[in-house]
Design a protein around this ligand. Structure first.
Ligand SMILES: Cc1ncc(COP(=O)(O)O)c(C=O)c1O
Length: 454
């Protein structure tokens, strides 16, 4: 009988990717066929069907091994199946799996809430509301902001991704396909351009622009059509993730904070993708010295269990029991996983490691930039790194097909990558990836680029 419980650490796996048969192999093809037949249309990236995974390595059902520079879309930041997290989940599962955390009490949930209030920025009392995903954390933040301010409107950024549920998609402005046919959305959301200096929407140049992309809010929007005292909150990402891993200039987020404070508008920092060490700080807002009123978190906090939360100033708490609630938020298994994940991040200094490895990744990416004209921009914060591909460095025409081809060529050679923005590729390996694996990943990337441009 096939052993389906080979979890997994090292024993049967090579330490480097290995493509034994051209993917997708026969077993993967069968799964893909079944998926196509029974699953609703999704944004599949590469035709890989996973069998098991450990650290930065993933083995597919046909025995090919890949390096994972995607972390399951920024989730498995400690690598796949980190042993102490797996052990914590197992221990919890054997005790009690679920006990409606919004109706009753258990220590793991309150302990985790306490921990989250301690590790997030801000020297004030905070409170936590648990959810099951990033989008749901954004929903909770929207409701919390409206509830506490009794204001109705929101501001968000063009290029932002905050999820796809009805509230969250009203803030998201990343791709047309995500919004097409779903109107009407939540009314009262105003979108403004993000600080995307590589393609400044105002055709200005930093620092001469004097951060017009932030100041325009106060100087134009708030004086002509958007009453600031009707705005509950500004939703922002400190690094625009899905939108292209866009890192704003240092002063952008602080300038926004200054303007929002002036008008009593809450700052909601969406750390769903950037949080928990990815950027070389525990939370990306720490790079900018800005303390949000509400923070949304998910993805990397739980190493793969469906969990999220908002951490808000205590005074923003929903005052009425039942004003906001759910069944699974703060589920015991999820709490066990998050507590163990935070423990690994802290005890193994993974925030510092992300900063160190991020420098290495940027060095490799800039070397590629020097060699290959197709790379128009290299950007990143910590180990949240990306390239934007262009047909021509002067015109900056998006190289979308070439980007897709590079992702495919990389996959065929044993490296998993995810796109971002219109023609970007993100590089988000685990925060503890061994350096030789990191280098191998970028070697494969270079081979993939060569295969596409030659
Ligand atoms: C910044 C940000 N917010 C929210 C979300 C939505 O998270 P989820 O897919 O878990 O709903 C994402 C997902 O990519 C994200 O990157």
């Amino acid at each position: 009988m096939e052993n389906t419980n080979i979890f997994y650490h090292g024993d049967n796996m090579s330490e480097m990717p290995q493509i034994k048969i051209t993917p997708p192999g026969e077993k993967a093809k069968k799964i893909i066929e079944m998926d196509n037949k029974y699953m609703m249309t999704a944004t599949k990236c590469s035709p890989i069907a996973v069998h098991h995974a450990s650290g930065a390595l993933v083995e597919d059902v046909d025995g090919n091994t890949y390096l994972d520079f995607t972390c399951g879309a920024s989730v498995t930041n400690l690598g796949h199946c980190p042993p102490t997290v797996v052990a914590a989940i197992k221990e919890q599962v054997e005790k009690v799996m679920h006990f409606a955390g919004t109706d009753y009490y258990y220590e793991a949930q309150s302990k985790l809430a306490k921990k989250l209030t301690e590790i997030t920025p801000g020297e004030f009392d905070k409170k936590v509301f648990f959810v099951n995903s990033g989008a749901e954390s954004v929903e909770a933040a929207m409701k919390c902001a409206r509830w506490s301010t009794q204001r109705k409107r929101f501001i968000a950024f063009i290029g932002a991704f905050h999820g796809r549920t009805m509230g969250a998609i009203s803030l998201t402005a990343s791709k047309i396909v995500q919004r097409n046919r779903f109107m009407p959305l939540i009314p009262g959301v105003t979108h403004i351009p993000y600080a995307y200096c590589y393609r400044c929407p105002y055709k200005l140049t930093y620092p001469d622009c004097d951060l017009w992309c932030a100041k325009i809010l106060d100087e134009l929007y708030f004086t002509s059509f958007l009453p600031p005292d009707e705005v509950a909150a500004l939703f922002y990402e400190c690094v625009q993730g899905e939108g292209g891993y866009i890192v704003p200039p240092k002063g952008f987020i602080p300038e926004l904070e200054k303007i929002m404070k002036k008008h009593g508008i809450l700052m909601v920092d969406d750390e769903v993708q950037a949080g928990f060490g990815r950027t070389g700080k525990l939370f990306a807002s720490e790079h900018y010295g800005v303390v949000p009123d509400i923070m949304t978190i998910a993805k990397g906090m739980g190493s793969g269990v469906p969990v999220g939360a908002i951490v808000a100033k205590a005074e923003l708490d929903f005052g009425d029991p039942g004003a906001h609630s759910n069944t699974y938020g703060g589920n015991l298994i999820c709490c066990a996983s998050v507590l163990a994940t935070i423990d690994v991040i802290e005890s193994e200094n993974l925030v510092e490691n992300a900063e160190k490895l991020g420098k290495l990744a940027m060095k490799r990416l800039f070397e590629l930039y020097d060699k290959y004209e197709i790379i128009g921009d290299v950007r990143g914060l910590g180990l949240m790194t990306a390239t934007e591909l262009v047909k021509d460095r002067k015109t900056k025409e998006y190289a979308v097909q070439e980007r897709n081809a590079i992702v495919e060529e990389a996959y065929k050679r044993g490296l998993l990558l995810l796109p971002c923005g219109k023609s970007g590729i993100r590089y988000i390996p685990p925060l503890n990836i061994p350096e030789d694996q990191l280098h191998r990943g970028f070697d494969i990337l270079e081979d993939a680029i060569k295969a596409v441009i030659n």
